[in-house]
Write a protein that binds this ligand. Structure first.
Ligand SMILES: *Cc1c(COP(=O)(O)O)cnc(C)c1O
Length: 355
């Protein structure tokens, strides 16, 4: 038997989630955000299932080329644009759209003396202060872009810092609306959270990542109440069982001490598989479909689960680390992080399988 850690990928759930987003955004077009190997789901497997989307977005030329080689013919957006001038010819060759967020990128595009068009998304920094031009710089940058005939069509873009929490988008939306007023270009503003919650942000292109993969973008709303279904189920098995007497301790640091006689399952999954080492005692986990908890410290290849209340569980029992029956958000919260990080962290050695 091979090591029993797998990421089951439910492409039907992915298509379902896409249709849920579609319902929310009406006639706006959907850019499926597939950076970081499709949030860890495996680009090759999910690209097929995303044929209903209108575009894909990635963070690097390599991912864009991979998508083209997989047969993706619709637009591809490079979310950080080009990093160096040599990349521009690949943008032409592979028909890529690019974000422009910095003057240096405009200089490169001017120096490239384009003879074919490149669609551009000019990024406005409306308050997140990560990428983009602030108010006056935005006007200047837009004028420069307009003066390069081959940069066409132009789309206006911004990104929200708090669409997923109580602060919402109103402050940034006001700034964006002022800035974009009377500019005759389509817009792209919304991430998953804004797409699901704020119709006013939709514009022509929404950019959906996490919701596609079936996790809730909101801390206060479960994915199932949004009708989203988990796409990745991280699966393993129990490979050993230990019986501890009261007072005996567990794993590295011996940080968990049995307060009564306990049955402990050893699961073949650890931080080298992408399971968070910060998942502390109490983190939820499913064994044979029943909820129990992680105990002690997660090791590189293994972790401990409490089987004291699960007498039927033993070597070979199925373990679900997250996914069907256990939202990844819950595990993320117990580990002090967000679903995005756990999904993206799926290790190469955890092979994907179609569910
Ligand atoms: C990653 C990313 C998104 C997708 O965000 P989700 O919260 O996963 O929907 C959208 N826009 C930009 C610019 C991004 O970098």
């Amino acid at each position: 038997m091979s090591r029993p850690v797998f990421a089951y990928i439910d492409t039907v759930a992915l298509q379902h989630n896409l249709s849920v987003i579609r319902r929310h955004v009406g006639t706006s077009r959907i850019i499926a955000v597939v950076k970081a190997d499709g949030y860890g789901h495996g680009l090759a497997r999910i690209a097929q299932a995303l044929l209903g989307a209108d575009s894909c977005a990635v963070a690097s030329i390599d991912e864009a080329i991979q998508l083209r080689e997989l047969g993706w013919t619709k637009p591809i957006l490079l979310l950080e644009g080009v990093f160096e001038i040599e990349e521009i010819r690949y943008c032409i060759q592979y028909d890529l759209s690019i974000v422009i967020h910095h003057y240096e990128q405009i200089n490169m595009l001017r120096a490239a003396k384009l003879t074919q068009t490149i669609p551009v998304f000019i990024k406005f920094n409306s308050g997140m202060n990560r990428l983009g031009f602030k108010q006056d710089a935005f006007r200047t940058a837009l004028a420069q872009i307009q003066s390069i005939a081959m940069l066409s069509p132009i789309t206006l873009m911004s990104h929200f810092a708090t669409a997923d929490d109580d602060n919402g988008i109103s402050t940034q939306m006001n700034i964006i609306q002022q800035q974009f007023a009377r500019l005759p270009y389509p817009t792209s503003l919304a991430n998953s959270a804004a797409a699901l919650r704020y119709p006013a942000s939709h514009g022509e292109w929404i950019r959906a990542g996490i919701a596609l993969y079936g996790a809730s973008p909101f801390a206060d709303t479960r994915a199932d109440t949004l009708d989203l279904r988990p796409v990745m189920t991280l699966h393993s098995r129990i490979i050993a069982v230990q019986t501890l007497m009261t007072g005996e301790a567990l794993g590295y640091g011996l940080i968990w001490v049995a307060e009564r006689n306990s049955r402990i399952g050893i699961v073949a999954c650890g931080y080298a598989d992408g399971y968070p080492r910060h998942a502390s005692t109490g983190t939820p986990i499913l064994v044979n479909g029943q909820r129990t908890q992680v105990l002690g410290r997660v090791s590189m290849d293994m972790l401990f689960v409490d089987l004291t209340q699960l007498p039927d569980a033993g070597v070979g029992s199925q373990v679900i680390l997250w996914g069907q029956g256990l939202p990844v958000e819950e595990v993320a919260q117990a580990a002090g992080t967000i679903s995005y990080e756990l999904l993206c962290a799926r290790a190469k050695r955890v092979t994907e399988r179609e569910l």
